[in-house]
Design a protein around this ligand. Structure first.
Ligand SMILES: Cc1cc2nc3c(=O)[nH]c(=O)nc-3n(C[C@H](O)[C@H](O)[C@H](O)COP(=O)(O)OP(=O)(O)OC[C@H]3O[C@@H](n4cnc5c(N)ncnc54)[C@H](O)[C@@H]3O)c2cc1C
Length: 363
C-alpha cells in the first residue's frame, strides 16, 4: 500500500503531526509500539494550549483538565507564589488528565483522516534512493511504501538513530514517579530541591497527586525494593511534597528517562524527527509538550512542502529545532543557577558551563 507519510510514534508529537498532514489531504499512518504510557503529571503551558487551539480548536478541551491555583516553590529559597487563579486568563497552566488529552487529540486526527495502528513497530525500513521512497514492513507483516518517515519515538529517536542520526546528550536525568492520593482541596504545583535532585508534586484530575523525584541515573539504586526505599527516604526529606501527597497502599514507582538532549540534525534523507525525538528538555521548564506541538506542526508543514516538490522548509526546520535546543539550554542553566544551596555532583554538573555545539544551517 502506498502512503505519503509514515509516522513512527503515537505520542503527542506524532498525533499532532498526523492531524496537520491529514488536514492537508495527505495519506498518513501513525504506528505506535503501544508500550503502556502514563502521564508524568504534565502541565500544559498557556503557550501549548494556544498552539493547539491554533491548529484546531477541538484539540484541547479545558473542561477535562485542572487549572493551577497555587505554586509552592522551595528552590533557592522557600516561598509560596499564589498564581494563575483564573482559568480564563491566558496565563493559566493546565494539569492534564493525560488519558483524556491523548484520546482527544487522536479523535481529531482520526476525523481529519489519519490512520492509526497501535501495538506495531517497524520490522524493516529500506530507503530506495532512486525512487525517493521508503519500503517498510511492520511487525504485523503488512508492507507499505511511504514517501517520508517522521520519527516521533520520543527520546529513543530510534528512526533517526537507525539512519545515522546522532543525539547530543546533555544529562542523564531519570524521573521516578508515583501517583498518590491527597487530602488537599487545592490544585497546586509544588517543587522542592534536594541535595541529590529535586521533587515536584502536581494535582491531576481525580483528586490524585503525581509525585516525582528527578535525579541523575547513577544516584538510583539497582533493584526495585532498593529503589523504592531510596524514593521513600527522599520523600521523607522533602516536607513540601510529603505534606501534599498521601501514600496509598498500592502505589507503584515508575522510572522514565527525563534527560535533556537533541539530535545533531533533526532531518535526514527522507526523514524528519519531531517532539522529544528532535529535542527533549528538562521537565523543570514544563515546556516539552509545547515544544512537541511546535516541532510537529512545523515538520508537518515542511513534509507537506517536500511532498509537493519544495525542499526549502527542511533547512528552516533544522535551524528552528537547533535554535530551540540552544534557547532551552540557556533556560535550563538559568533555572538551576537559582539554586545554590547544594554541592553534590548533580548540582555541580548543572552549574558548570556547558557549551552547545552551535553549528547551524545543516540541510
Ligand atoms: C517527569 C516528566 C515531567 C514532564 N512534565 C512536563 C510538563 O509539566 N509540561 C510539559 O509540557 N512537558 C512535560 N514533560 C515532557 C513531555 O512529557 C514530553 O515532551 C512529551 O510527552 C513528548 O511527546 P512525544 O510525542 O515527542 O514523545 P512521547 O510522549 O515519548 O511519545 C513517543 C511515543 O512513541 C512510541 N514509541 C517509541 N519507540 C517506538 C518505536 N520504535 N516504534 C513505535 N512506537 C514507538 C512510545 O510508546 C510513545 O507512545 C515531562 C516529561 C517528564 C519525563
Amino acid at each position: 500500500m502506498n502512503i505519503d507519510v509514515l509516522i513512527v510514534g503515537g505520542g503527542p508529537a506524532g498525533v499532532i503531526a498526523a492531524t496537520v498532514l491529514a488536514g492537508r489531504g495527505r495519506d498518513v499512518l501513525v504506528i505506535d509500539n503501544g508500550k503502556s504510557r502514563f502521564g508524568h503529571g504534565e502541565l500544559l503551558s498557556p503557550l501549548g494550549a494556544a498552539l493547539l487551539n491554533n491548529i484546531d480548536n477541538r484539540l484541547f478541551d479545558p473542561a477535562n483538565h485542572l487549572c493551577t491555583s497555587r505554586l509552592l516553590s522551595d528552590w533557592g529559597e522557600s516561598r509560596t507564589i499564589v498564581a494563575m487563579t483564573n482559568p480564563h486568563n491566558n496565563r493559566s497552566a493546565w494539569h492534564l488528565d493525560r488519558r483524556s488529552f491523548d484520546l482527544g487529540i487522536e479523535r481529531v486526527a482520526l476525523l481529519k483522516g489519519a490512520q492509526f495502528k497501535r501495538g506495531e513497530r517497524l520490522k524493516s525500513s529500506v530507503r530506495c534512493h532512486h525512487r525517493g521512497i521508503w519500503e517498510v514492513e511492520l511487525t504485523d507483516g503488512s508492507a507499505y511504501t511511504s514517501r517520508l518517515l517522521l520519527d516521533a519515538t520520543g527520546q529513543n529517536c530510534s528512526v533517526a538513530r537507525h539512519n545515522g542520526g546522532q543525539r547530543i546528550v546533555l544529562d542523564r536525568m531519570v524521573a521516578t514517579t508515583a501517583v498518590l492520593g491527597t487530602s488537599s482541596g487545592e490544585c497546586e504545583f509544588r517543587i522542592q530541591s534536594r541535595p541529590d535532585g529535586w521533587w515536584f508534586a502536581t494535582m491531576i484530575p481525580g483528586q490524585k497527586v503525581v509525585a516525582c523525584f528527578l535525579t541523575d541515573a547513577h544516584y538510583l539504586p539497582v533493584g526495585a525494593s532498593e529503589r523504592r526505599r531510596f524514593w521513600l527516604q527522599q520523600l521523607e526529606a522533602a516536607p513540601k511534597i510529603r505534606e501534599y501527597a498521601t501514600l496509598t497502599e498500592t502505589f507503584e514507582i515508575k522510572s522514565t528517562p527525563a534527560g535533556s538532549g537533541y539530535l545533531e540534525s533533526a532531518i535526514g534523507d527522507g526523514w524528519l524527527a519531531i517532539g522529544d525525538a528532535a529535542l527533549s528538555v528538562d521537565p523543570l521548564a514544563s515546556a516539552g509538550l509545547a515544544n512537541s506541538i511546535r516541532t510537529s506542526r512545523m515538520a508537518a508543514l515542511a513534509a507537506d512542502a517536500v511532498l509537493a516538490g519544495e525542499h526549502r522548509l527542511l533547512g528552516a526546520y533544522q535551524r528552528y529545532t537547533r535554535r530551540m535546543a540552544e534557547n532551552s539550554e540557556i533556560t535550563r542553566r538559568a533555572y538551576y543557577a537559582m539554586e545554590q544551596r547544594w554541592s553534590s555532583s548533580f548540582w555541580m554538573e548543572r552549574h558548570g558551563a556547558r557549551r552547545l555545539n552551535v553549528e547551524v544551517g545543516i540541510g
